[in-house]
Design a protein around this ligand. Structure first.
Ligand code: GLY
Length: 391
């Protein structure tokens, strides 16, 4: 996307404060910095250290599409189409390789029961336009020779690729800094700063920071900022995921593309790490690793790729998906003039990074909400009661 100033003189170079320096906040900051805005990013921890760090980097609009999520699929598909150009631009600006791999994704069924489920899900997915190719077990093993023998069948998704999410976050950070953004790490945003009901900026560690526009990109913490009027709070909660990274021989990896199986996914990275995930748990901000969680993650992966048994464990971690009430992102304006939202990405924050960056930047610069994100505004959660009051 090329970003132009289109606003009035007073809107030309707004001072923007972004709460949260994950891939969403960093991406928006990068675009706005490039357009000449004054951008301050506030991060409670370290840039890219939250869900962006914990993710697996799958760009899986197709195989993750679920019934009832047709409009989310359209947004995800749009993001997928933006990815090649976004990657080229970002790698050029940051001078970093972000580990983008366009090998597609393989979904395998271990048993006849799994196969029937896969048929059911893929019927929905192909019905909404996902391109999928059925493979026999032998064909699947020709592509991934270390898959277990005796699979019931498999499906190949040629457009579901992956990126190294940690490298992505670091590249976005470098690109944003190169475009003049100021990054304030370990700075907790206490509250929005309101005067007579109008947004004046934010309060950070007890000090006021003036801004014309505040973007809430605080991920799973997005509804914990004081002073935000009730109707402007995104209904976002943390959904915990425990994951493991195993270490393959990078010259002889036992998996070469993303593989999904029953209750598991495996995402091999170019550096030889094999990311294996993930649990989906409602435990608030409890980040404990549990024996049961890690056992479930490893066992499900082992059932499709038994060779992982011999691999060293490189890392175990837990992260928090920022999940909204309907699992779709919350993007766009709020009822408080100047307060914008870019959160609630649930399982799709990495995939949606180009859409979030481009369309939120466009909203800041032009005041226009792109039709692609119209359906993902905060107001979808506020129904009008019989008395006429929004709830
Ligand atoms: N997108 C994968 C996950 O949320 O576990």
């Amino acid at each position: 996307m090329s970003v132009h100033f289109a606003g009035s003189r007073s809107r030309d170079r707004p001072r923007v404060a972004i709460i949260g320096a994950g891939v969403s906040g960093l991406g928006i900051g990068w675009r706005l910095g490039a357009a000449g805005c004054t951008v301050d990013l506030f991060e409670r921890n370290f840039a890219g250290g939250g869900a962006s760090w914990a993710a697996a980097g799958m760009l899986a609009a197709g195989v993750e599409a679920e019934p009832g999520e047709e409009s989310l699929f359209r947004l995800n598909r749009m993001a997928q189409q933006l990815w090649p150009e976004f990657r080229t631009e970002l790698e050029a600006e940051s001078r970093r390789d972000i580990g983008y791999r366009d090998d597609g994704t393989l979904v395998v069924a271990s048993t006849r029961d799994d196969l029937e489920q896969l048929r059911h899900v893929t019927a929905f997915q192909t019905g909404i336009g996902v391109e999928l190719e059925w493979l026999t077990a032998a064909e699947a093993r020709r592509r991934e020779p270390y898959l277990k023998s005796g699979l019931a069948g498999a499906v190949f998704s040629p457009h579901d690729h992956q990126v190294d999410n940690r490298r992505l976050a670091m590249a976005l950070k470098d690109a944003a800094l190169a475009r003049g953004c100021r990054l304030h790490e370990t700075r907790n945003v206490d509250a929005v700063d309101l005067e007579a009901g109008r947004l004046r900026g934010i309060v950070v560690n007890g000090e006021r920071h003036r801004a014309d526009i505040v973007i809430n990109a605080a991920g799973a913490w997005a509804n914990r900022i004081d002073g935000v009027p009730e109707l402007c709070r995104p209904p976002v909660r943390p959904v915990k995921g425990q994951m493991a990274a195993l270490r393959m021989d990078r010259n002889h990896p036992i998996a070469t593309r993303v593989i999904w199986g029953p209750n598991t996914y495996l995402a091999p990275k170019a550096d030889g790490r094999l990311l294996v995930g993930a649990t989906v748990e409602e435990r608030g901000f409890d980040d404990d690793l549990t024996a049961g969680g890690i056992m479930a993650v490893i066992e499900a992966a082992w059932r499709v790729l038994p060779g992982i048994e011999e691999l060293p464990v490189d890392e175990l971690w837990a992260g928090f998906r920022p999940t909204s009430r309907d699992d779709a992102p919350v993007l766009g304006t709020s009822r408080l003039d100047g307060l914008l939202l870019a959160t609630g990405h649930h399982r799709n924050g990495i995939l949606l990074a180009p859409v979030t960056a481009n369309l939120l930047a466009e909203l800041v610069l032009t005041g226009r909400t792109d039709p692609a994100i119209d359906a993902f505004g905060l107001d979808r959660f506020h129904h009008v009661s019989h008395a006429g009051a929004a709830s």
